[in-house]
Structure formats: C-alpha cells, structure tokens
Design a protein around this ligand. Structure first.
Ligand code: ASP
Length: 309
C-alpha cells in the first residue's frame, strides 16, 4: 500500500501575515510524518510526529501558544483514533502538558478507557512517562497580550478577529494499511474554564474507520458537534455512499466530494463555520472549509509536499 499523509493547522480568518508561518508549519509537520511513513514506519508514530511539530509551533492553537481561557490559562484537548480497531484515546482540559497528543496516544495504547479529563488525565500521563510542565510554559506572549485586551473589553471577540489561530490535525495511512486520525487544540479564545469543544470527541473532531477513511475537523466546535462532523464525513466515504457510488471520475474524486458534502452539511444545518481534512481508505486526500482560510498540507502522489492557506 502507498502511504499517505494530510495535515491541517486550523480553519479561521487567517490574517495575511500568518499565511507563510502557517504554510511552513504544515510543511514541517509533513516532513516529520513523512520521515516515518516513507521509511515503512507505523501510521501512529507518523501522526504523533506530525502533530507534535504543530503543537510546538505557536502559530497554531495547540500545545504551546494555545488560546487562553477566560481565567488566562491554557486548557488543551487531543484525540487519536485507530481506523482498524475503532479504538480512540482522548484527553481534555489538560493544563500541564506540552504535547497533548502524547497523552492521547498513551490513553489509546495503555488505558482501559477511551477518554480522560483534567487531573485524572494528567495523573495517568505522568504514570505513563509523559512529563508535566508549569502552566505558564504553555503561554505565548501573543496570546497573553490578546487575553489582556479581551479582559479589558467586553467585546472580547473583536480583539481576536484577525489573529485567530487554528486547531491542528492529521490523518496518516502507512504501507501496511494502518489508518489513524488525530486532532489537538487549545480550544476557542476566552472559553469558559472546563469548556470542551468538538476536537477530543470521537466522531466530532476526529474519526477513522479503515473501511472508509479518516477525518480531522477544525472550526466552531459548538456547531461541529451538532452534526458529528468527522463521523458524518467518514460515512460519506463508505462504499455505499453517494460520494463513492457516483459515476466514475478521476481517482480521488470521492474524497474531495465527501469533504465538500460534510462542510456543506455544517453550513446548512448549523450555519456554523469550519473545515476538515481527510484521507479515504486508499489514501486519497480531501479537504474543504467554509471559513475565509484553512491551513493544510498533504503529500502528493509524486511525493511532493503541497501546502496552502
Ligand atoms: N474546533 C475547535 C474547538 O471548538 C477550535 C478550532 O478548530 O480552531 O475547540
């Protein structure tokens, strides 16, 4: 099987000055994931490597540089899902973890449960060898400034218009046919402490089924949850769906169509904004968004990295 990789760095109104940093962040994530996949490595190692690069980059809303909640703290969520077993590992409201994807992976591989939150998730992470950090280490200067402006103005959202950052995600397929999807986020700016969005919820921010495909979503979580967007998109990739069943077109048409249909459903049923990336079960990439911009990248058939915002 030919390996495949797609990543995203969020769907929002990405300002002009953030376009190049977002593209290069996606390119570095592709390089990290592809270094694993192109050597015959495992899709789970590849997805962790790609997501960690995105989490470490403060241009994205995940790990270091995440949006701050109303109390001025970072609270992160992450999930990773195995398309073969339908098993997921998810963690939410983490405040002491630099790479939430590592906690999600530890839960996937070593926990009898599929999702842990807050203190319990962090205790489990520590027991599994994931180092914890001080909450301050997760706060970037730009986010601290934005939070201060928000705090001093009841029209908080205005301050964030123009420098919003995005959740990150990836989908990987390795040469043995293992398919994984993952999403990691700091959530929305100035969210209430304890708020959980779509990102760490199985079927909402992420879903993978080797019989259909894998998806990672981004955008307004309260809308994405309403249509269980990641699972809805995966269902559009099943052999019986109208996207796959439609008259034969170019290879990969079904993936592109399924991505568009899922975002269309988001707009139609919730009037919400967001986007998603996906790989169908053969590794064909698809992406769609109804926000002004989305940062994404994938490895093309010829092995070249394609990145765009
Ligand atoms: N979906 C994320 C959330 O609502 C935010 C984002 O994708 O940027 O937490």
């Amino acid at each position: 099987m030919k390996p495949a990789l797609i990543v995203h760095g969020g769907a929002w109104d990405i300002p002009d000055e953030a376009v190049d940093p977002c593209k290069s962040g996606c390119a570095r994530a592709l390089a990290a994931g592809w270094a694993v996949l192109s050597q015959g490595g495992h899709a789970l190692d590849a997805i962790e490597a790609a997501i960690m690069v995105l989490e470490d980059d403060p241009v994205f809303d995940a790990g270091y540089g995440s949006h701050l909640n109303l109390d001025g703290r970072v609270e992160c969520d992450a999930i990773v899902m195995n398309g073969a077993t339908l098993h997921a590992g998810a963690a939410s409201t983490l405040q002491h973890v630099k790479n939430p994807i590592r906690v999600a992976r530890a839960i996937l591989e070593k926990c009898p449960h599929m999702m842990l939150v807050g203190e319990g998730a962090e205790r489990f992470a520590r027991e599994q060898g994931v180092a914890l950090c001080d909450p301050e280490e997760l706060i970037s200067e730009a986010e601290q400034e934005a939070w201060l402006k928000c705090r001093n103005d009841k029209h908080a959202a205005e301050h964030h218009r123009g420098h919003e950052q995005g959740t990150v995600g990836a989908v990987t397929l390795d040469e043995d046919g293992n398919l994984f999807a993952a999403t990691s986020t700091g959530g929305t700016c100035c969210k209430l402490p304890g708020r959980v969005g779509d990102s760490p919820l199985i079927g909402c921010g992420c879903y993978a089924d080797s019989e259909a495909g894998g998806v990672s979503c981004t955008g307004y979580g309260e809308a994405i949850m309403k249509i269980v967007m990641a699972k809805s998109a995966v269902d559009l990739l099943r052999p019986s769906s109208i996207c796959v069943d439609s008259p034969a077109g170019a290879p990969g048409d079904a993936a592109r169509l399924a991505a568009r249909e899922a975002v269309h459903l988001l707009a139609k049923r919730t009037h919400g904004h967001g986007g998603l990336i996906l790989l169908d079960r053969h590794g064909n990439p698809g992406f769609a968004f109804n926000t002004p911009r989305m940062a994404y990248g994938y490895v093309a058939l010829d092995g070249n990295f394609v990145t765009a915002v």
